[in-house]
Ligand binder design. Structure first.
Ligand code: SAH
Ligand code: SF4
Length: 349
């Protein structure tokens, strides 16, 4: 039996054609599942009897199990899902003035080991399948009744370390026969895997790219993000330049503001030098403290000074209000909490 949610429209089309069915049948099945929310092949009334019988015999529609969820006062909803091998992942629904976004996890744990991040506290045990990413979206829709207008691939894990499944996932959420979320409404965030940034530019030219920068020089960035030793700033920026040539898209740089670590005007000026003349946008994010680390969030006045320096130098920036702080929404924090509580034998739902 194959998991339906592991198919892209293309692979389902090929599979059905190989079985003697028509290409448009794949579109019909996609619409039933993703748009009409029907998970019973028997109920797909415009499909022929033989096709329905074939689907029942060969394809399953398993769902993720919701372990727990929290809703913050700003209605940010954070879900912990259990996978079939009992691993726990997390997914967040955020409400913005421009729409609703779902933040999707791509790996069980993360191997990048960033010094400030709760996800990195748990080493990667495996990549998620396309199905497990799609089913996070479906699980949030089932729980809340809300259809997302945007997808951000910024949950636990390094998306470019699970490149092929993430690309398939993007194709499926974007498909007009599935969730039909426009490519410009999808954002992938990476810690800076240079070769995949170029590969992404070749494949997903309209999807937004965010780079987790967090430091404007190699010494500090290597301390905060070990991946910088493999792909230092020069290599990273070269790959981004290439991405830009391929796509002509503006790149967002995420910069978490950590008190007395990366938030002085010295770093602001280095950041200006690094990004000057590039089609760049800087997202200044207040650091969300993680109890295992001693890092603190920068003072609001310091964030403002940093922001003003960038803007004055002509670098576009925003200061992002962290959504869902009340539900431990930063990367990996609910999963980390869940695993900690399970270790201590506490129940979390
Ligand atoms: N691995 C990818 C995507 C997931 S992390 C990446 O690193 O880009 C999503 C974003 O959350 C990254 O920019 C990451 O640096 C940031 N982040 C991680 N821990 C955080 C914390 N405690 N507070 C604020 N942002 C955090
Ligand atoms: Fe992994 Fe991203 Fe967290 Fe770094 S910030 S440990 S790459 S999830």
């Amino acid at each position: 039996m194959k998991n339906f949610y592991d198919f892209t429209l293309e692979t389902l089309t090929h599979t059905l054609e190989a079985e003697g069915f028509k290409a448009f049948n794949a579109k019909q099945v996609f619409q039933w599942v993703y748009q009409k929310n029907i998970r019973d092949f028997e109920a797909m009334s415009n499909l022929s009897k033989p096709l329905r019988a074939w689907l029942i015999e060969h394809i399953t529609l398993p769902q993720l199990t919701l372990h727990s969820h929290f809703v913050a006062p700003d209605e940010t909803t954070k879900c912990a899902f259990v996978l079939s091998d009992r691993e726990v992942i997390e997914t967040v629904l955020m409400h913005h003035n421009y729409g609703k976004s779902i933040c999707v996890t791509t790996q069980v744990g993360c191997n990048m080991g960033c010094a400030f991040c709760a996800s990195g506290l748990h080493k990667k045990t495996r990549n998620l399948s396309q199905a497990e990413m799609i089913l996070q979206v479906q699980g949030v829709i089932d729980l809340t009744g809300i259809k997302p207008t945007h997808i951000v691939v910024m949950g636990i894990g390094e998306p470019f370390d699970n490149f092929d499944h993430v690309m398939d996932f993007i194709d499926t959420v974007n498909s007009p026969y599935a969730y039909a979320i426009g490519k410009r409404h999808i954002t992938v965030s990476t810690s800076g895997l240079a070769p995949q940034i170029e590969a992404f530019g070749l494949r997903q030219t309209q999807v937004n790219l965010a780079i987790s920068l967090h430091a404007p020089n190699d010494a500090l960035r290597s301390k905060l993000m070990p991946i910088n030793k493999k792909y230092p700033l020069k290599t990273l920026m070269k790959s981004v330049d290439h991405y830009h040539t391929l796509t002509n898209r503006r790149v967002t740089y995420e910069y978490i503001m950590i008190k007395d670590v990366n938030d002085s005007l010295k770093e602001a000026n280095e950041l200006i030098t690094l990004l000057k003349g590039k089609n760049a946008y800087v997202n200044l994010i207040p650091y969300n403290p993680v109890s295992e680390f001693s890092f603190e969030c920068s003072e609001p006045a310091q964030i403002k000074r940093f922001y003003d320096a960038l803007m004055k130098a002509g670098i576009n920036a925003t200061t992002r209000k962290e959504k869902g702080e009340q539900v431990n929404a930063a990367c990996g924090q609910l999963r980390h909490q869940t695993l900690k509580e399970e270790t201590h034998g506490l129940k979390n739902t």
